[in-house]
Ligand binder design. Structure first.
Ligand code: PMP
Length: 406
């Protein structure tokens, strides 16, 4: 049985008042909240065994190294990577993408093509544009439909033997669209292109299996899935990680250094220069344990109920437009919407006074907003610790804001 009240008790932040009202946190797409076990893991690390890893012979350093490497195993197991050294710990999705983009700068030739989806977050657009500028590679875009879905017939037409890399998010942060990544990966492989999937918005809702997907790179951030900020991961197939050059130089990533030549450490350390976010990595492992204990099947089934309820309730408001797939099975628990004639920012500001946190704006996905010719949307993104009662209060608050602003 999914007991949401029991789950809510795991999150100390949820029991507070904001602006004199009980907090309703619907900005989970931006960052999720942190359960007590993850907070305890962080406190335990700094209270008991804070030390630098991989190079110390002393006891605390061994403890910290073991805990950090244990977290890597947890992440490997969670994503079903074949080897633990295929998991590179980074500062988050953005760094993971930049790491791969930087590596491809030495592979791409003038005239090569890379394909991006129209639904991307800026962090999966800008690094590739920078690489295209430096290499002469060409960026092509899979267009989207009015329903916020990628048009696969157009994708098929873009693919050719010039295509070297395709990248796409698993779930769109701006609209919640669940993209057909299996199709995207298979088709790219048919022309010999590699695929990077941005899982930042998918990992809070589902459990990807990188071997079943046969994906070349999969990236995510811990803070979207009950972990801390400043840590995330890159999964890369071994053959690709061996092929790509290191991204950052420094300590930890070397085998030998002389002034004439440096040789690099083996995977995964080749990509992990400098002191990493040790505590963050360990806490990322704890967050994965926590979410798995609840179970991703339970999480996605419950969140789907929230999505259906929220969509039905919001549609009762006159003048509301919800963006993204109409078929809610093609969507995560994200509702991106506008109210006719009202700026999203104004709604967000008024409902904040009522203790409700939502995101307003372009959600780092300006091309999507341009497509709809809107300045932005109001985005309510639900997590497994939210409730239908909270949604009802939120919808009433939006109605009130609408009345005030009309
Ligand atoms: N991609 C997507 C789809 C996202 O939603 C986000 C975070 N909003 C990112 C990438 C960037 O993640 P981070 O800021 O943790 O690097």
């Amino acid at each position: 049985m999914f007991d949401v009240q029991k789950i809510r008790a795991d999150f100390p932040i949820l029991s507070q008042q904001v602006n004199g009202k009980p907090l309703i946190y619907f900005d989970n797409g931006a960052t999720s909240q942190t359960p007590q076990v993850v907070i305890d893991t962080i406190v335990d690390y700094y209270s008991r065994y804070n030390a630098n890893i991989h190079r110390g012979v002393h006891t605390l350093s061994q403890l910290a190294t073991d805990a950090y490497e244990e977290a890597r195993f947890k992440i490997q197991k969670h994503f079903n990577a074949k080897h633990n050294y295929e998991i590179i710990l980074t500062s988050g999705t953005t760094e993971s993408i930049n790491l791969v983009a930087n590596g491809f700068a030495s592979i791409l030739q003038k005239g090569d093509e890379i394909i991006v989806s129209a639904l991307e977050h800026h962090s999966n657009i800008v690094p590739w544009q920078m690489i295209c500028e430096n290499t002469g590679a060409i960026l092509k875009v899979i267009p989207m439909s009015l329903e916020g879905e990628l048009i696969m017939e157009e994708y098929d037409k873009l693919l050719s033997n010039k295509t070297k890399l395709v990248f796409c998010n698993h779930i769109s942060n701006a609209l919640g669209t669940l993209n057909p990544i299996e199709y995207i990966i298979n088709k790219a492989h048919e022309v010999g292109a590699a695929v990077l999937i941005d899982g930042a918005q998918a990992c809070p809702h589902l459990k990807p299996d990188v071997q079943v997907l046969d994906v070349d790179f999969y990236v995510t951030s811990a803070h979207k899935m009950c972990g801390p900020t400043g840590v995330g991961m890159l999964y890369g197939k071994e053959e690709w990680l061996r092929k790509l050059p290191p991204y950052k130089g420094g300590g930890e990533m070397i085998a030998t250094v002389t002034f004439e030549k440096t040789t690099y450490a083996d995977l995964p350390h080749k990509f992990e220069a400098g002191t990493p976010n040790i505590c963050g990595g360990i806490a990322f492992g704890a967050a994965i344990d926590y979410m798995n204990a609840i179970g991703f099947d339970n999480i996605s089934a419950y969140e789907h109920e929230l999505l259906v309820h929220g969509t039905e309730k919001l549609q009762e408001i006159e003048g509301v437009t919800i963006y993204g797939p109409k078929d809610l099975t093609k969507k995560a628990s994200v509702i991106s919407f506008n109210i006719n004639g009202i700026h999203p920012y104004d709604i967000g500001t008024i409902i904040d006074k009522l203790g409700i946190a939502v995101r307003t704006g372009h959600h780092c996905a300006q091309p999507i907003m341009d497509f709809y010719k809107i300045p932005g949307t109001i985005r309510a993104s639900f997590a497994f610790y939210n409730t239908k009662e909270e949604i009802d209060i939120f919808v009433e608050a939006v109605k009130k804001a609408k009345m005030m602003l009309s």
